[in-house]
Design a protein around this ligand. Structure first.
Ligand SMILES: Cc1cc2nc3c(=O)[nH]c(=O)nc-3n(C[C@H](O)[C@H](O)[C@H](O)COP(=O)(O)OP(=O)(O)OC[C@H]3O[C@@H](n4cnc5c(N)ncnc54)[C@H](O)[C@@H]3O)c2cc1C
Length: 476
C-alpha cells in the first residue's frame, strides 16, 4: 500500500481529457502532477484490443470532423503520429439495405425512404425547437416499415447520433476517417504523454501515473486542499484536483464527494443523457459478403428498430481479416450486454443468414464490449439536449472550490467525441493555471498560511523546481 503522498495537482482518469490536461500543466511548469487511473491502462474510451490478431477499436474508432473550415486537432495529431486511417464513405450504405429474405431494396425505394427519414428528422427538430420534447425522440408514425426504421437508425444512432447540425460537422467538416493502425487510436495519447512522462520504448514508466487506482472518495477542505482515497486504501493529497471521469461515472455512486457536490452541479450532471454504443465484432473463417467498391457498409431492415441494423466489413481497414462489425445502440446495447456472448452470436448469425442465406459459416469468435456495465464508464458518450441550456453546460464544467472538471461531456461544442475530450482537457488545464495565477496575485498581498496548510504560493516553488522559469512569467 502506498504511503499518503502529496502532489500539487491530482488528475483522476487517464483518458484523452486527463492526459491533455496533464500535458498543458506540464508545459506550463506544473509537473508535480499525479494521475490516478482506475483501469490497468491509459486511454479510457480509446481502447484497442487484439481480436484474433487484428487490432480492433472497442471505443472510439473514427476521427470525426475532417475537411471543414476549422482543423480538427486530433487529425493533426494523427498526422504527426503517422496514424493509418481509411476514409469512410457512408453515402452508399443506404443502397445496401437487405430485407429479411436477403433481397437488396431497389435504389428508388431506398432513396424515397431516406428522404422520408430526413424530412422526419427535420420535423422532429422543429418539434424540439418549439420545446415539445415528449414527441421528439421517437420516429414519427410514418416511419413504420423496416426499411424506414433501418434508415432512421442509420441517420440518428449511427451516422450523426443527433438530428441537429452539430459543430463537429459544421465547423470541423463532414469527413470521417476510420483508424486502422496496429498501434491503435490510443497511440495518440502515448505520443502526447511522451512530452511530459517518462516513456522509454513507448511504455509509460513514470511514478506520476498510477494505474489500477480506483478513486472512491474525494474530500475537500479549506485547510488541506483535497484528499483522495482509492479502493485499495491509499490516500493522496493535493492542492487541486481535476476530475476527468465520464458523465456516466459522475451520475453513478462510484465516487463520493465530501462535502457532497452542490445541487447546481449535480442537477447539471444529471441532466445530460448518456448514450450507449456497442460494436460487436465477429470473426469468420472466410468472407461471404460483397466486398467490392461501395460495399463497406450495409444495413439490415427488421421490424424492430436497431436490431442488428448497421454492419461494416473490415476488409478496407485490414484486408483478409474476415471480420464483420455490427453496431448496436442504447436499449439494444444494454440488452446484449446482459446476455451471454453465445446468445448474441446466435442472434447475429440468424440475421446474417437472413441476409446471405443458410449456408454461410458460423463465426468462430465474437467480441462484445460492455460499456454500460463497465463501472469506470457507465455508457459510451454524453448527448446534450437539442436546445441545451448554456448555464447547465457551464455548470457541468464549472469547478467546485479546488475541484476542476474535464472530459468530453464538458465540451460545449464537441461533446461526445475524442477531439471534444482533448480540447476539454486543454481548457480545464488552462482554467486551473489561471486559478493558480489569481491565487499568486492574492498571495503577494496576504500573510503566510498556518504551518502545514497548502498555499497557492506553492505554485512558485513548483515552477522553480520544474526549471521552467521562463514559463513562470506567462502564467503568474
Ligand atoms: C463505443 C464507443 C465508440 C466511440 N466512437 C467514437 C468515434 O468514432 N470518434 C470519436 O471522436 N469519439 C468516439 N467515442 C467517444 C470518445 O471515445 C470519448 O468522447 C473520449 O474518448 C472520452 O475521453 P475522456 O477523457 O473524456 O473520458 P474517458 O476516456 O472515459 O477517460 C476517463 C478515465 O477515467 C477513468 N476513471 C473512471 N472512474 C475512475 C475512478 N473512480 N478512479 C480513477 N479513474 C477513473 C476511466 O477508467 C477512464 O480511463 C466513442 C466512445 C465509445 C465508448
Amino acid at each position: 500500500m502506498d504511503t499518503p503522498s502529496r502532489s500539487y495537482v491530482i488528475i483522476i482518469g487517464a483518458g484523452v481529457s486527463g492526459i491533455s490536461a496533464a500535458k498543458v500543466l506540464a508545459e506550463n511548469g506544473v509537473e508535480d502532477v499525479l494521475i490516478l487511473e482506475a483501469s490497468d491502462r491509459i486511454g479510457g474510451r480509446m481502447r484497442k484490443e487484439d481480436f484474433r490478431g487484428v487490432p480492433v477499436e472497442l471505443g472510439a474508432g473514427w476521427i470525426v470532423g475532417v475537411g471543414g473550415k476549422e482543423s480538427n486537432p486530433i487529425w493533426e495529431l494523427a498526422h504527426q503520429s503517422g496514424l493509418r486511417t481509411c476514409f469512410s464513405d457512408y453515402s452508399h450504405a443506404r443502397y445496401n439495405i437487405y430485407d429479411r429474405s436477403g433481397k437488396i431494396f431497389p435504389r428508388g425505394v431506398a432513396a424515397d425512404s431516406y428522404k422520408r427519414a430526413v424530412d422526419s428528422a427535420n420535423q422532429g427538430l422543429m418539434i424540439q425547437q418549439v420545446g415539445d420534447l415528449s414527441k421528439s425522440n421517437q420516429p414519427s408514425s410514418t416511419l413504420m416499415t423496416p426499411i424506414d426504421l433501418a434508415i432512421d437508425f442509420f441517420l440518428h444512432d449511427f451516422e450523426m447520433a443527433e438530428a441537429v447540425p452539430i459543430s463537429t460537422f459544421t465547423d470541423l467538416g463532414e469527413r470521417e476517417f476510420l483508424v486502422a493502425d496496429e498501434r491503435g487510436y490510443e497511440c495518440l495519447l502515448y505520443k502526447m504523454a511522451q512530452g511530459f512522462l517518462f516513456t522509454p520504448d513507448g511504455k509509460i514508466l513514470d511514478s506520476r501515473l498510477k494505474l489500477n487506482k480506483v478513486v472512491k472518495e474525494i474530500v475537500q477542505n479549506s485547510r488541506n486542499g483535497v484528499t483522495v482515497t482509492t479502493e485499495d486504501g491509499c490516500i493522496y493529497e493535493a492542492n487541486y484536483l481535476i476530475v476527468s471521469v465520464s458523465i456516466g461515472v459522475l451520475q453513478s455512486d462510484l465516487i463520493s464527494f465530501r462535502p457532497p457536490l452542490p445541487r447546481w452541479k449535480m442537477e447539471a450532471v444529471n441532466m445530460v443523457d448518456v448514450k450507449v454504443y456497442t460494436k460487436v465484432f465477429l470473426k469468420f473463417p472466410h468472407k461471404f459478403w460483397p466486398c467490392g467498391p461501395n460495399k463497406e457498409f450495409f444495413i439490415y431492415a427488421h421490424e424492430r428498430r436497431g436490431y442488428y441494423t448497421f454492419w461494416q466489413h473490415m476488409e478496407n481497414a485490414f484486408p483478409g481479416s474476415n471480420i464483420l462489425v455490427v453496431t448496436l445502440t442504447n436499449g439494444e446495447s444494454m440488452r446484449v450486454e446482459e446476455q451471454t456472448d453465445e446468445e448474441t452470436l446466435r442472434e447475429a448469425m440468424s440475421v446474417l443468414r437472413d441476409m446471405f442465406g443458410p449456408d454461410i459459416p458460423n463465426a468462430t469468435d465474437i467480441l462484445v464490449p460492455r460499456w454500460w456495465n463497465n463501472r469506470f464508464q457507465r455508457g459510451s458518450y454524453s448527448n446534450y439536449p437539442v436546445n441545451p441550456n448554456h448555464q447547465v453546460i457551464r455548470n457541468i464544467k464549472a469547478p467546485v472550490g479546488r475541484i476542476f472538471f474535464t472530459g468530453e461531456h464538458t465540451s460545449e461544442r464537441f461533446n461526445g467525441y475524442v477531439h471534444g475530450g482533448y480540447l476539454a482537457g486543454i481548457d480545464t488545464g488552462k482554467a486551473l493555471l489561471e486559478e493558480m495565477r489569481k491565487g499568486m496575485m492574492h498571495c503577494r498581498k496576504c500573510d503566510p498560511p498556518p504551518p502545514g496548510s497548502p498555499h497557492k504560493c506553492d505554485i512558485q516553488s513548483q515552477l522553480h523546481l520544474s526549471g521552467k522559469l521562463g514559463v513562470q512569467d506567462t502564467i503568474l
